[in-house]
Design a protein around this ligand. Structure first.
Ligand code: F0G
Length: 472
């Protein structure tokens, strides 16, 4: 394999059924979210023998020198030799993925790791403020390739903000977004409205919206960009490519990520699986997927009921039975981390595969643990939205259990920007438990241990000076 020019050609990529005993294939020019033969989800697969894959990941560093070229400027498309499904002239990019890997000793201390042991992969730096832009540029590009004029998604707020942004910037498509009522933070809702998306607010939650958007997009022929769309996950692989680059191409011991619809965890597993197959890394990291306790389907199935990918021979009954129970009891997801308030993750099977590839673990964390961890991310200078902090809370839990060793190198993915959900942040830092409960709901969160309360003072110079001296 030689590191020279990129060959991009639709003959190099295809869609393949995830179920190994089916393995049906479809063209990349087709729009599908599942296999016709068996109903399983689809992967984007490549004929690597026909692709000039670089012989070392170091090859990608040279692209920094060509930042005037849109494909090199994008932190996603810089790696397009590792997901060459679209011709370069069709790529729709706005320079997404220029994110950073930040070593935080303050957060390491909170988690229980040695100095230099904890890294935050800060995806809040993306144009729409969350990791979603990594996948959206890929799905949007695919949509453009096949000539779509409208694109839809159901969302807890970030996917919709991202889709709305790409539609707004490119003017190539109209965004149609489905959200649950009262289930989306104002920061995210304001983005969709401001970018001009057609916003359909359903009387229901994310799981309801997801089901409806699948039906509607099928019936009206609207291109669906939720992560059931396999092209989304191809772009999200680049988050891990950047993590490796940030570590000078060394593989960390752990990658810890929040689990909602399970797109990220699935994409990360696929990225490492492919890099290993291509001989570009010699080992894979361990993966930890962290659910919110109020939206813990993966935790219930993986940990409590022992479901495994099992080389693709998974026992579908286990998951079906669980979903039946949820329906019978009308159990709904409920967590302050609204981005991951999801009970029916669409990438469940792919995530199980990722957990197998990366010898993964799954944990659940309470809203209290999430908000405390979030405050520590903020206090150490980056800040994130509640769902993102599940990764840090999960790392702390796994450290306390001894699953993560104190000397290990851990990357927590911060999926969304702090300003996505200021309501949760301000409520956490409030002085008043009643006010706190009113804003956040009675979620069993006790007044915040790390609250940074505003100091109220009269409009009087002496009093103001005294307050500053008292609190310095
Ligand atoms: N963190 C944030 C900030 C998110 O917005 C999401 C998902 C996740 C984590 C979970 O990631 O689905 O890949 O497991 N948000 C989706 C949305 C569902 O609609 O914006 P996942």
């Amino acid at each position: 394999m030689v590191a020279t020019s990129v060959q991009i050609n639709t003959d190099l990529a295809f869609q393949r059924c995830l179920a190994p005993d089916c393995g049906a294939t479809y063209g990349v020019d087709e729009v599908r979210t599942s296999c016709d033969q068996c109903g399983a989800p689809l992967d984007v697969a490549y004929d690597w023998d026909k692709i000039e894959v670089p012989d070392s990941l170091k090859f990608f560093e040279s692209k920094w020198a060509r930042r005037n070229e849109p494909l090199c400027r994008s932190g996603v498309w810089r790696f397009h030799e590792l997901f060459p499904f679209a011709p370069p002239e069709k790529v729709v990019t706005i320079g997404e993925g220029q994110t950073l890997l930040h070593a935080s000793d303050g957060v390491a201390k909170y988690v229980g790791l040695a100095d230099g042991g904890l890294y935050l992969q800060y995806e809040g730096m993306n144009p729409s403020g969350s990791f979603k832009d990594n996948g959206m540029t890929a799905a949007f590009t695919h949509a453009h390739t096949i000539g779509a004029k409208r694109a839809a998604c159901a969302s807890t707020g970030n996917t919709s903000a991202s889709l709305a942004l790409y539609c707004g910037v490119s003017k190539l498509m109209q965004a149609v977004i489905f959200i649950g009522s009262g289930k989306i933070s104002y920061g995210k809702l304001s983005q969709a409205l401001d970018y001009g998306a057609l916003t359909i607010q359903i009387a229901g939650d994310f799981d309801d919206a997801m089901q409806r958007v699948r039906e509607v997009s099928q019936q009206l022929g609207i291109y669906l960009v939720n992560s059931v769309n396999p092209f989304r996950l191809e772009g999200q692989k680049s988050i891990m490519f950047r993590v490796l680059e940030g570590l000078d191409w060394q593989v960390p011991d752990w990658v810890v990520v929040p689990g909602g619809n399970l797109g990220n965890s699935s994409a990360f597993g696929k990225a490492f699986m492919e890099l290993k197959e291509l001989g570009l890394i010699d080992r894979v990291p361990r993966l930890a997927v962290i659910n919110a306790a109020g939206a813990n389907t993966l935790y219930e199935l993986f940990v409590k009921r022992g479901q495994r990918w099992n080389g693709g021979q998974l026992d579908q009954h286990v998951a079906d039975k669980y979903v039946e129970e949820m329906d019978r009891e009308n159990r709904r997801a409920s967590t302050i981390a609204s981005a991951i308030e999801i009970n029916r993750p669409v990438n469940y099977e792919k995530c199980l595969r990722a957990l197998e590839v990366c010898d993964g673990v799954v944990r659940e964390v309470s809203d209290q643990q999430i908000l405390d961890a979030k405050s520590q991310v903020g206090a150490n200078g980056l800040g994130c939205e509640p769902a993102s902090a599940a990764s840090v809370a999960g790392a702390k839990l796994l450290r306390a259990e001894g699953v993560i060793a104190p000397s290990e190198r851990v990357v927590c993915v911060l999926t969304g920007h702090q300003l996505k959900d200021p309501t949760a942040t301000v409520a956490y830092h409030t002085t008043d438990q009643e006010e706190f409960n009113r804003v956040l709901g009675s979620r069993g969160v006790k007044r915040a241990e790390f609250a940074n309360r505003a100091v109220a003072v009269p409009n009087d110079l002496d009093e103001i000076i005294r307050a500053i001296q008292l609190n310095s």
